[in-house]
Design a protein around this ligand. Structure first.
Ligand code: EPU
Length: 463
């Protein structure tokens, strides 16, 4: 867990790592390459380790080189099973489905199952693959897919909530091997999908229209392994910009693609943040007060759903009322009750939250429910008065590379300690008086819980 001492402005310079959500489908697509793939900019994350294990179980060798590059080679192309025990740890494992089917003609991939951010079916992935001629059945929780030869066709990939990011990736990876021409309309336009498409094209694929909702793919026989560098993580960049806005100060964020952040930068300007952009650097200066604003998370180029929780944390400190709506994942609001433990004033209404801004948040013990919720709680803790404890930060480790180290380098005070109930810092403990029951005679009441002293607490610190 993290123990965060809030109220420290952020000043200095940080650099954004490679994009998790580009790296994962690209790593999966390396399954379809002949030879050794060298990927640069793949962040060192739990999700990357999990996918590496899935790929190893599918006959790939995956090795991190001394210079940070990830080398992947398909050593045994007979294996086609992505097991439940691995897939259940990370939904993005489903990205192996398209490349396996395209290259090996067969795939047996566990259905990903439940998720903390809402209902996440893969019906559109399967619809696209079936349209290409794959025979697909679902049995005992697994997707069994088989195709002797995929054939190009016209596929509409839109769903009730718009396009699908990993669905587009899966169908794209299979369609590059289909005989003839495939069109995908209502394709996702996210930069991570473009990055996968560019990587496939670098290997010899023929994809046109990347970044638009209409993709046109001319099938090829083979893809040859290449060296490729993954784009910077726009969600990490947004998280850092919001961190400095909430904690105060001035932060220079390097290795950013500002175009990918246009919607987030627009929101930050609307709430009063000073933003300067120079090449691949964005410099943010926190305002005295944050103005309220109504925002809606939408598919790209709209405000990303992956930044909705962080923006909710920001707007919980704004002057006035804001409405935050998520049209991509309408149930992605697990962070709200935890933000309310820190003094935020938020009411959920369907796919929206209505936020009455408060002047200050106060430190509290809170629990992370998923990756972006943990980021939102960390940002709130940086801005809050006093100390906070954030439990279950393993969610954060899945998708942010060294976030607490990066923030500490620019002035934050975040300590990682073992996640044990007795490691609660003294400032969050209730006094003996506060723990007393109302009855005057307390002889039968259980003794108050024992907490560690400050020096004992320090021993639990994780370096
Ligand atoms: N949907 C369907 N059917 C499908 C697929 C999706 O109805 O077959 C719905 C979903 O339920 C959702 C919407 O379509 O309402 C969009 O889902 P999408 O498929 O685009 O999400 P995803 O591909 O599973 C990726 C990211 C998510 C990010 C979303 C939206 C990766 C590995 N994951 O998920 O990232 O929130 O796109 O941009 O790329 C995160 O990084 O924290 C994260 C959750």
């Amino acid at each position: 867990m993290f123990v965060v001492r809030g109220g420290r402005p952020l000043r200095g310079r940080v650099s954004v790592s490679g994009a998790k959500n580009a790296a994962l489908p690209i790593m999966a697509a390396a399954l379809a390459a002949r030879g050794t793939t060298v990927l640069r900019g793949v962040p060192d994350l739990v999700d990357v380790t999990t996918l590496s294990q899935v790929l190893q179980s599918l006959g790939m060798t995956v090795e991190r080189q001394a210079d940070g590059a990830l080398e992947l080679t398909a050593a045994d192309e007979q294996r086609c099973l992505a097991d439940y025990e691995m897939v259940r740890r990370m939904r993005a494992s489903v990205c192996v489905l398209g490349p396996l089917l395209g290259r090996r003609g067969r795939a047996c991939v566990s259905l990903p199952g439940g998720c903390n951010i809402g209902h996440r079916p893969i019906d559109l992935h399967l619809k696209g693959l079936r349209a290409l001629g794959a025979e697909i059945t679902i049995d005992r929780g697994y997707v069994f897919a088989r195709a002797d030869k995929l054939v190009g066709t016209d596929i509409y990939l839109g769903g009730s909530f718009g396009s699908t990011v990993t669905g587009t990736c899966n169908v794209l990876c299979a369609a590059v091997f289909a005989k003839g021409t495939t069109t995908i309309s209502a394709a996702a336009c996210e930069p991570e999908v473009i990055d996968l498409g560019r990587y496939l094209n670098a290997m010899g694929a023929k994809i046109e229209g990347l970044g638009t909702p209409l993709l046109r793919i001319q099938g090829v026989e083979e893809l040859n392994a290449v060296e490729y560098t993954v784009i910077p993580d726009r969600i990490e960049a947004a998280t850092l910009l919001i961190a400095a806005t909430m904690a105060g100060g001035r932060l220079q964020v390097d290795n950013v693609e500002p175009m990918h952040l246009a919607a987030v930068i627009d929101v930050l300007r609307m709430v009063g943040v000073g933003i300067e952009i120079q090449g691949r650097t964005v410099c943010v200066t926190a305002p005295e007060r944050i103005r309220s604003v109504d925002i809606t998370a939408l598919p790209y180029p709209g405000i990303p759903t992956d930044v909705q929780a962080q923006l909710t944390a920001l707007l919980s400190m704004a002057d006035g009322i804001s409405v935050v709506t998520d049209k991509v994942f309408p149930d992605r609001f697990m962070h709200i009750p935890e933000l309310m433990r820190m003094g935020a004033n938020v009411r959920r209404e369907g796919a929206s939250s209505i936020i009455g801004g408060v002047k200050t948040l106060t430190g509290a013990c809170v629990m992370a429910s998923d990756l972006r919720a943990s980021a939102a709680l960390l940002l709130a803790a940086l801005a809050a008065d006093g100390e906070s404890v954030i439990r279950r930060v393993y969610h954060l480790d899945r998708g942010y590379e060294s976030l607490e180290k990066k923030l500490n380098q620019v002035g934050a005070d975040i300590v990682r300690v073992a996640d044990l109930p007795e490691t609660m810092p003294a400032s969050l403990q209730l006094s003996d008086e506060e723990q007393q029951p109302l009855a005057v005679d307390s002889s039968d009441s259980p003794p108050p819980p024992k907490f560690l002293s400050k020096s004992e607490f320090a021993r639990h610190r994780i370096k």
